[in-house]
Write a protein that binds this ligand. Structure first.
Ligand code: FES
Length: 170
């Protein structure tokens, strides 16, 4: 009687062991393809990283200059290389100012001295928006907020820019 109990117990032990080992192996086989399927969704997009925009600090003057660059962006399984732009110059202290060229009124593109009537200003042609050199919106014109600045860093003498930073209105 006790012998039979022991045989059943061994069989159960073997069943549990084989089931456990089999389940462990099956899980191991499933994890890899599952991770490959989900991984791109879990990864952060590269849009927040600072990017070398291809201009050396020595080449930046006190006159706003437009620079363009591309960033590598990954959204899930979709990769793209959207372009970015900034107006860049050195202020009176020699600090680098990097401004978004996107008008804060309705999103047109502003230009430095884009209007003969408004020298020393950023001008938006869509609705005559005006900003001073530091990107602050001129009261009485349509934009209600300054041009955003960019996160920035200097590495090995080159300018790196990241995300834009919104500012309070004038
Ligand atoms: S979009 Fe620039 S002033 Fe309206």
């Amino acid at each position: 009687m006790s012998d039979k109990k022991q045989q059943v117990s061994r069989r159960q032990f073997l069943n549990y062991t084989l089931t456990g080992v089999g389940g462990f192996m099956a899980a191991g086989l499933l994890v890899s393809p599952l991770r490959m399927a989900i991984d791109p969704v879990l990864k952060d997009s590269a849009s927040g990283e600072l990017v070398n925009v291809g201009i050396s600090v020595d080449d930046i003057t006190d006159v706003p200059t437009r620079i363009d660059w591309t960033v590598e962006q990954v959204d899930g399984w979709y990769k793209s290389e959207p372009s970015r732009s900034a107006w860049v110059y050195k202020d009176g202290n020699g600090d680098i100012v990097a401004l978004s060229p996107i008008c804060t009124h309705l999103g047109c593109v502003v230009s430095w001295e884009g209007s003969d009537a408004h020298p020393d200003h950023f001008y938006c042609p869509c609705h005559d928006g005006l900003y001073t050199k530091d990107g602050v919106n001129v009261p009485g014109t349509p934009p209600l907020a300054p041009l955003p600045t960019f996160e920035q860093e200097i590495r090995d003498g080159m300018l790196f820019l990241g995300n834009t930073i919104d500012r309070e209105g004038a």
